[in-house]
Design a protein around this ligand. Structure first.
Ligand SMILES: NC(=O)c1ccc[n+]([C@@H]2O[C@H](COP(=O)([O-])OP(=O)(O)OC[C@H]3O[C@@H](n4cnc5c(N)ncnc54)[C@H](O)[C@@H]3O)[C@@H](O)[C@H]2O)c1
Length: 418
């Protein structure tokens, strides 16, 4: 079978920092064919095309821009993604990389047009939408992966295995932290990261809630989140900081702090960690992950990044472009591996059913989707839906100044103020 085409909807920071370079590398390895990138206007597409870093890493590789980069930046095309998706061959892959509240309509549009999907986290902001996506995708035999890349971090995979082997004991108390850089406040976030839409817990705290679920299999049953507000440079109000507390089904507690405020001049480039305590028989167990300092320190002659810091903790583990035996540079790290896992899975599914009659093909595609759901490594709507419930509960809680919101499971999972 030949390689298959990708349309990325959204050309912002995550596309620049992770998705496009990962797709370019997969294009080199023969998995991905043509790449289209669609954004709201031409500005981010120009940035992607003119990036020195990306051009040097992937010489001779390019994408088709929607709208074209010659279009004046002030012209906006909020519905263009529909044309881009409907113009694709069937059962290729759509990567959804736009603001959180727009994931649902774009994922639905992709499924309507018979496309496999990779969506950045959080998949959607409501459990019912996640359940609807799961159902439609399964009926049509389409794969939906959610980009919870921390699941692919080797330390998470090691922790999961050790937990399953009973080496830690029963999870009882944990603390997680993810503070993104201050300069995020000057980015496009100003236009969508507003109090009514999202907050730091929903934006990044959900990574660690998913991770605790990934490691232990325990479901969250109660969430309370309080926020501290601030103003973006354009005057929009946002929760700049959030403090969440999550109770799990075995009564364990996880405290999560998040914010857009890690000092630009500091060595980070962010601050993130997870510590979990476990009860054993007459003893306790522990996991402690320092997630931004991976043991590598560089001090540069000239400052780098938006903050211009000279001394930096550089993590080789999430995503970096490094020399390799081929042309340019290649992406390494769990960010790349996570994107590659979903795209390769969709490709593998299509390879397995190549030339099968449609009824056999559909049965086979569904069987593989169920296997991926059950395996629980790649996040899918079926095995990561707890996150939608957590996000839904968190939004209610933060907007009501931290009141606890319960999550009920069973045949009709839902959230309600306690
Ligand atoms: N660690 C992570 O997993 C991680 C990190 C960053 C972002 N994200 C997620 O990625 C998503 C995007 O974040 P970002 O940082 O790239 O945001 P961003 O604001 O930098 O970019 C958003 C992009 O969406 C595009 N867009 C908006 N409306 C559109 C429309 N109608 N049609 C086509 N394009 C449209 C904009 O043009 C822009 O290019 C968010 O859901 C965020 O939560 C995840």
């Amino acid at each position: 079978m030949g390689n298959f085409d990708v349309a990325v909807i959204g050309g912002g920071m995550i596309t620049y920092d992770l998705i496009l370079p990962s797709l370019y590398h997969l294009q080199r390895t023969g998995i991905v064919g043509n790449i289209k990138v669609c954004a709201l206007n031409s500005a981010p597409l120009k940035e992607l095309k003119s990036s020195k870093e990306i051009r040097e890493a992937f010489p001779g590789q390019d994408f088709i821009a929607y709208p074209p980069v010659t279009e004046p930046e002030e012209n906006k095309f909020p519905e263009l993604y529909k044309e881009v998706i409907s113009g694709m061959k069937q059962r290729q892959i759509v990567v959804v990389a736009m603001p959180d509240q727009l994931h649902y309509p774009v994922v639905m549009e992709a499924l309507k047009n018979n496309q496999h999907v990779l969506c950045v986290k959080p998949l959607v902001l409501k459990y019912e939408q996640a359940a609807e996506i799961e159902k439609i995708a399964y009926e049509k035999g389409l794969f939906v992966g959610v980009e919870y890349h921390k699941r692919f971090d080797r330390r998470s995979l090691m922790a999961k295995r050790s937990f399953e082997l009973g080496q830690f004991g029963k999870f009882v108390m944990g603390e997680a932290k993810l503070i993104e850089p201050y300069y995020y406040r000057s980015s496009n976030f100003q236009n969508w990261f507003t109090c009514d839409k999202t907050d730091p817990f929903v934006y990044i705290g959900c990574h660690y809630v998913d991770l605790v679920y990934f490691i232990t299999g325990l479901k969250p049953v109660e969430v309370s989140v309080s926020g501290v507000k601030g103003k973006f440079p354009n005057g929009n109000n946002a929760y700049m900081w959030a403090h969440g507390r999550v109770r799990f089904e075995n009564d364990a507690l996880l405290s999560v702090i998040d914010g857009l405020g890690y000092p630009d001049q500091a060595a980070g480039s962010n601050d993130q960690s997870l510590q979990m305590f476990f009860e054993g028989d007459g003893k306790t167990g522990m996991i402690k992950h320092n997630d931004q300092f991976r043991g590598v320190e560089h001090s540069y002659l000239e400052g780098i990044g938006c903050g211009g810091s000279h001394f930096n903790y550089v993590s080789p583990d999430f995503y970096k472009l490094v020399p390799w035996e081929g042309k340019g540079y290649k992406p390494i790290g769990y960010g790349y591996e996570s994107v590659a896992a979903s795209v390769t899975m969709a490709y593998h599914i299509e390879n397995e059913v190549n030339e099968m009659p449609e009824n056999e093909s559909l049965a086979k595609r569904r069987a593989i989707i169920k296997e991926v759901d059950e395996k629980g490594i790649i996040a899918t709507p079926a095995n990561s839906y707890i996150n939608e419930l957590v996000v839904e509960a968190a939004r209610i809680s933060i907007l009501s100044d931290g009141l606890p919101v319960s999550i009920e499971y069973g045949c009709n999972p839902h959230v309600s103020l306690r």
